[in-house]
Design a protein around this ligand. Structure first.
Ligand code: 5GP
Length: 208
């Protein structure tokens, strides 16, 4: 039975651990392709061009917009972030589930364009844990941390646009939850109408 790839959007407040969660998910299960976004923000220590992001100048990014090479893009904390189209389409056509780990404005744009998308939101166990994770990263100033928390408060108003939430308290458990949510999406009847029809035909042949 052929399986079509599912487009999965994963959002969550900055610092909630979505990146780690998605890296672990893709390492554990081969069916997932993680889209690599383009951004104009500076690379953090340890980040490599083409691995965490494609790091672009403002001009380069705007050129990508102009050429229609992005599925969606958004401005977030004074920088552009966007999803290149080619990779996503290619992976979906090969039957892999493609994960877009993107912020909310972009996520809602994807949903508006394509209703057949699974929308997941990663929650921290509580707000204090989020602050501690942001501080623990040690890469951002207090001012940037405050900016990201303000952004989180804004994003919290739109979580009802998502289909499911996953609480990232325990990494291992959160990875399994995301995997099961996507798997159950594959089992939806309306994704399997051809298979259901085939069984129906076999039944007809048996009954005569
Ligand atoms: P960070 O700078 O911490 O890597 O990412 C900041 C935010 O941008 C995160 O919420 C991340 O999910 C989001 N983001 C990363 N790539 C994209 C993208 O391609 N499009 C959009 N809309 N958001 C993105």
């Amino acid at each position: 039975m052929d399986r079509k790839g599912i487009l999965v959007v994963v959002s969550g407040y900055s610092g909630v651990g979505k990146g780690t969660l998605m890296k672990e998910l893709t390492a554990r299960y081969g069916q997932y392709a993680l889209s690599v976004s383009a951004t104009t923000r500076e690379p953090r220590e340890g980040e490599a061009d083409g691995r965490e992001y494609f790091f672009k100048t403002e001009e380069e990014f705007e050129e990508m917009i102009g050429q229609g090479r992005l599925i969606e893009y958004a401005r977030y904390c004074d920088h552009y972030y966007g999803t290149p189209k080619d990779y996503v389409e290619e992976q979906l056509s090969q039957g892999r589930d493609v994960i877009l780990e993107i912020e909310q404005q972009g996520a809602l744009k994807v949903k508006a364009k394509d209703t057949d998308v699974l929308m997941l939101f990663v929650m921290p166990p509580d707000a204090q844990t989020l602050v501690e994770r942001l501080r623990g990263r040690d890469t951002e100033s207090e001012e940037v941390i405050r900016q990201r928390l303000t952004q989180a408060l804004e994003e919290s108003k739109y979580v009802d646009r998502y289909d499911y939430m996953v609480v990232n308290a325990d990494l291992d458990q959160a990875v399994e939850e995301v995997h099961h949510l996507i798997e159950s999406q594959h089992n939806m009847i309306n994704r399997n109408l051809d298979f259901a029809k085939q069984i129906q035909t076999e039944l007809k042949d048996l009954v005569g």
